[in-house]
Structure formats: C-alpha cells, structure tokens
Design a protein around this ligand. Structure first.
Ligand code: TYM
Length: 334
C-alpha cells in the first residue's frame, strides 16, 4: 500500500434499507477503525443482483448507501468509498477463485441455504458462488482486517481457506485476512422476535430500526419491543429480548454491560425500553441530518465516486495482474 498502514476492507449490500444491525455490527466500527487502517469500503452492487432487483431502485439505493457511509462519519478523502461494479477486478478475480473453490465448501454455507429457501423460484448460480465474490473483494486489496457482524463469519472463513489454498500452490500471493467482530453489537436481534437476527428483509417493520426512521418511530418501536414476563433487567440468555436491548444500549453509549445493568437496577421494563429508544434516536439524528445535506450536493458525491473508483482500480489491478501472471495467463504487450 501507499503507506505503512494495514489494509481494511468491508462492504454492504444496497438491498433494502439499512438497519440498526448493519450500523452497530459494521458501519459504526468502520468509522472507529478508519484512522488506524488504509480503508476500502465498498457498496457491493454485484452481490445485490443474486436476488432480482428493480434497476432504478438499485441504482438509487447504491447511491444512498455510499452517501450514508459519509454521513455516518467516514471521510471520503481518506477512505476509499466506491461501487463494486466500477472496479472490474472484483469479477475477474472472482472467476479465477471460482476455480479454486469446491462445490462441497459452498454447499455448507448457511446463507446460501437460507436464501435459496427464501427465493426458491430463483436459486441462481450467483447465489451459490456469492462467497467466492466476497473472497475476491477482500483478497483483491490484500486486506489484513475485515470488520463484519457475526453472520458473515462463515464467509470470512472460506475466504481464508481459498487464500491459503492459492498461496500453497503459487507462493505468497494473498494476505490472509482476519475478521474484526465488535465486542457488543455483532448480532443485533429482531425487536419482535429476539431469537431471530434483525434483518433488512424482515416483513414486519416493527422488527427493525431503519437508519432513516424518525425519532418518534424509533422510540415507538422500542416501546413495543418484545421482552419477557419478568421484571429484572439482566444480561442472560433466558432473557433474549432484554439482552438484545442491553447490547444495543451498550454499543451506542460505549458503557459496559455491568455499568448498564447497574444503571437500570430496580427500574421497570417500560422505563428501560424508553431509555434505549432515546439513545438510539439521539445517536442517529446527526447521521440523518448529514445524510439529508449530503444528498443535495450532487457534484460533491459525484466527485467522490469518480476519484475513489480510480483509486480502488489502481490497487485492485496490482493484485489482479500478479494473480493472472501466477496462474499462467500471457503477459500484456505494452
Ligand atoms: P450485508 O449487506 O447483509 O450486511 C452488512 C454488514 O452488516 C452486518 N449485519 C449485522 N450486524 C449485527 N447485527 C445484525 N443484525 C446484522 N445484520 C447485518 C453484516 O455482518 C455485515 O457486516 N456479504 C456481505 C457484504 C459483503 C462483504 C464483502 C462484507 C460483500 N463483500 C467483503 C465484508 C467483506 C453482506 O451481504 O452484508
């Protein structure tokens, strides 16, 4: 890389509206880590078309997501924020890595099993090889660290296996990436069913906090959050609803679970839920305001998209050429 900093890569899909899960499991950590690493934050639009998308809607969501990265606190002049589809190296490396990935490995991926159940009418090959494209994303930038939520761990493991396998054959080509999982917030659960992950695709809007929900909606959804019939505010597995709310509260306020449990000692569920709703609403308000302002500045966002695509292409091409050479493709004549 251009300096001594280690490299960080991560990405999000522009499918649906981002939830508090995406924010606390990933985006918030991206901002925290962004000074320490050389960062590439991608809007993974190639991954999005594994499920049918409305083209105009996908384009709009992709732009909103990139804008949201900036609104959440990522400085676009220091961090490389770009669209996956603007860097053809992702798809090219993905093809090569497909030839180093086994069907058996992909068959074990739980996300593939879940998604093919949900979209039984469209079990396409892209859905199956999705993790290979993700491995290509990460390996293309020689990434050292990949901040994600727990649900992406299996994809990180297969990425490491593919990289190791390739290195064993061709020498030290790829950096082996490490996942970065936050101490809290790495698996935010649905507010209506705390045994299920909070997800963009949940049909019940009360299950998820969307990053663009207004403060009243946020507080209302927390007030309605499913808890249990008990009274005490404790961080235990037999109180998954309360545990989830404590996780959210602690990730936002950066308090420890012990501190939070002490703070709410003797208080009722109602008061607790209101307090969680308020800290979330207060935390998201400035992000929403910045998003509103940035969205109006077309020229600024366009400039970021153009400059960062060039930067990402430059680094991606370096790795890609090396890999192409290793596997035996002919040199380019200049
Ligand atoms: P995606 O778009 O589903 O989610 C983006 C990020 O949000 C995290 N996340 C959560 N964290 C905590 N609690 C939740 N309820 C929750 N829901 C989602 C995810 O773990 C993820 O970090 N395949 C990836 C995108 C991707 C990627 C990559 C990520 C493509 N290439 C390379 C890292 C590196 C995905 O669909 O994430």
């Amino acid at each position: 890389m251009m300096n001594d900093k280690k490299v960080l890569f991560s990405g999000m899909q522009a499918t649906g509206t981002l939830t508090l899960g995406n924010y606390l499991g990933a985006l918030k950590n991206w901002v925290t880590l962004s000074d320490e690493y050389e960062c590439f934050y991608c809007v993974v639009d190639l991954h999005s078309i594994t499920i049918r998308q409305d083209p105009a809607e996908l384009r709009k969501r992709a732009r909103n997501l990139l804008t949201l990265y900036i609104a959440a606190g990522l400085d676009p002049t220091k961090n490389c924020l770009y669209y996956q589809s603007h860097v053809s190296g992702h798809a090219e490396l993905s093809w090569i890595l497909n030839c180093f990935t086994y069907m058996g490995e992909l068959n074990r991926m739980t996300q593939f099993k879940d998604k093919s159940q949900k979209h039984a009418d469209n079990i396409n090959a892209g859905l199956f090889t999705y993790p290979v494209l993700m491995a290509a994303d990460i390996l293309l930038f020689q990434s050292d660290v990949v901040p994600v939520g727990i649900d992406q761990m299996q994809h990180l493991e297969i990425t490491r296996d593919i990289a190791q396998r390739f290195n064993n054959i061709y020498g030290d080509v790829f950096t082996i990436p490490e996942p970065y999982i936050g101490k809290t917030g790495a698996k935010i659960m649905s507010l209506q069913d705390p045994t299920k992950k909070m997800s963009k695709s949940d049909e019940n809007p009360n299950s998820s906090i969307y990053l663009m929900d207004d403060p009243d909606a946020i507080v209302r959804k927390f007030k309605r959050a499913v808890t249990d019939s008990g009274k005490e505010i404790l961080y235990t597995d037999d109180k998954p609803g309360i545990k989830n709310l404590l996780d959210i509260y602690c990730t936002i306020t950066q308090k420890t679970v012990e501190e939070a449990v002490k703070e709410f000692d003797g208080k009722g569920y109602g008061e607790f839920k209101l307090a969680v709703g308020e800290v979330v609403a207060d935390h998201l308000r400035p992000v929403q305001e910045r998003f509103g302002q940035l969205s109006k500045d077309k020229a600024f966002i366009d400039g970021i998209i153009k400059d960062n695509a060039e930067k990402a292409n430059y680094f991606a091409t370096k790795t890609l050429r090396k890999v192409q050479r290793k596997v035996g493709f002919p040199d380019r004549i200049r």
